[in-house]
Design a protein around this ligand. Sequence first.
Ligand code: MG
Ligand code: MG
Length: 669
Amino acid sequence: MPVNGLGRQDLKGRANSTIVFPLAMRRSIATVSLSGTLPEKLEAAAAARFDAVEIFENDLLFFDGSAKEARLLADDRGLEICLFQPFRDFEGVPDDLFLRNLDRIERKFDLMQELGAPLLLICSNVAQSTIDDDARMAAQLRQAAERAAKRGLRLGYEALAWGARVSTFSHAWRLVEKAAHPHLGLIVDSFHTLAIKDDPGPIAKLKGDRIFFVQLADAPNVSMDPLSWSRHFRCFPGQGDLDVSSFLAAVLESGYAGPISLEIFNDDFRGAPTRQTASDGMRSLLFVEEKTRARIAGASLDNEEARGRGKPRKTHVQLFDPPPPPEFSGTSFVEFTADADTKVALGELLGELGFVRAGQHRSKDVVLYQQGGINLVVNAERDSFAHSYFLMHGPSVCAIGLGTDDEIQAVSRAEAFGAKRFDGRVGPNELHIPAIRAPDAGLLYFVADDGKPAHALDQDFVLQENANRPSCEAGLMRIDHIAQALPEGQLDSWILFYRSVLGLEPEAPFELPDPYGLVHSRAVASANRTLRFPLNVSQSRNTATARSVSALAGAGVHHVAFESADIFATVERLRRNNLRLLAIPSNYYDDLASRFPLADEFVDKLRLNDLLYDKVGEGELLQAYTEPFEERFYFEVLQRKGGYDLYGAPNAPVRMAALAQLRRRQPMM
Ligand code: MG
Ligand code: MG
């Protein structure tokens, strides 16, 4: 992954500034952020191209080799060990305990020298017995620094948000200044600053060379005490709700040029594959660098404008500078993988949905179905990516084509963020479409959109003329959203993928009650709303989401929603095509009439057509669902009115209950 950005042009040659030659940023990860044994963690950190690691003491304790062997393992993988941590409950103690603490720290120094770690993290004392006396705490830290200096080691002091006396970076900084020892500096951590809503801005005013180390973590907005929050819910930057880039911007404006390190405690990570977590970590760090870079550049422009020829902001490190996300124009096609049997069944279902068989691939067993601006491809070719996907997952969506104004920029950005490029077999006269692997190993194609939606497909398919086309079509115009079911623990990883690789933004999370358990749902969408991907995760095994995950053997598309301009006409047409819509319990409509001021005739019309309804402000949503295809995926038909921008979450429980009832009636499903 090309990790060093091209930030130089922006940083040099600004009026009135000395020319800065920024250093490449050193990227680090704490071993506590990864699952597995120490060798596995080092292997994964190196594979994800980290420059350095922080060694967490427990990882060394549980390692069945010496500290020196751990050092060699890191060396062999090109990883610097930049920090050893944590050293707890050191400062603000009575004199007798302090002497014991000095003995304790000397033993850590022995270990650090074997390990080749130059810096020890001391976190602020959390014991309620800590003596509230800055002079004592500073003097004790100074003595430790004196001992460290004799060994050529350094100490960094970090304020924990739940420290007994010291809980802010500004307080920690006052102690560091008071101690006034060159071997003692400050360690700042985005979590400890942002979790207590402390303003990171003043970090910019500190002396950058007195900050010895910087840690980054993000967290979702949940209300609980900072300690439990920190232990269980920290996540990588870009996966939570904290403003990590404002924190990093302040740090870099101080002139800090040392490593930036991810220090994450998260229950999901402990069970996640080590390599996956490490590469998510790298992706998140690159993402926060991109955001920080934009923020610093923006602030610099503001400053220059505001202050005429004032001093622009500058940093000493080069931040990642990937190609910006391209403009997306929608889903240009969805590709299903099928075998000889399922391609027929799926073709019939698509026919009932009003799709016409529009073309046959020039060289492969692949059929194109069209309706309105929608292209669906059913691929049953044996020598293909689709077939290998079929062997793993059965009939399912194996690829999605995204229409974009600049497919080269799209694929460059994706690769810069560590996505794997895919090159499939291309026959004569066929178009090569750039593609990458999604996290479930399905494909995302970037399709050049010149205003004609089927452009890329025209070339690969022998198109059939359909004289009867308008009569069987059901008024479906475009793909509104593609919902994906994810295995537990993968939501953060997918959100990060969509945010960084495609530049999509996450929407507010929802919890959807299925009769068999809760489903967590969060959508990501492009700013222009042409791409929308609701992501669903279930913790219990019997929800519709969990059943999709198990039927698909992993993450996969759970439904595809088509937009209609007149859903009543569409549904009527679908019934004439013998399509079976998901039957909605009648009670739903009685409840609906009590929730919204709707005319009786309108509610009856909804009831007759198995349509679901939602309203937010002036926006209205009407939606209907097909019965599932082999309990794997289904289709949704919807109509948005008055700027309705969501997905009908209040209707999800009804839909999931209706699916559960259908399963009871058709136990073979
Ligand atoms: Mg920390
Ligand atoms: Mg939906």
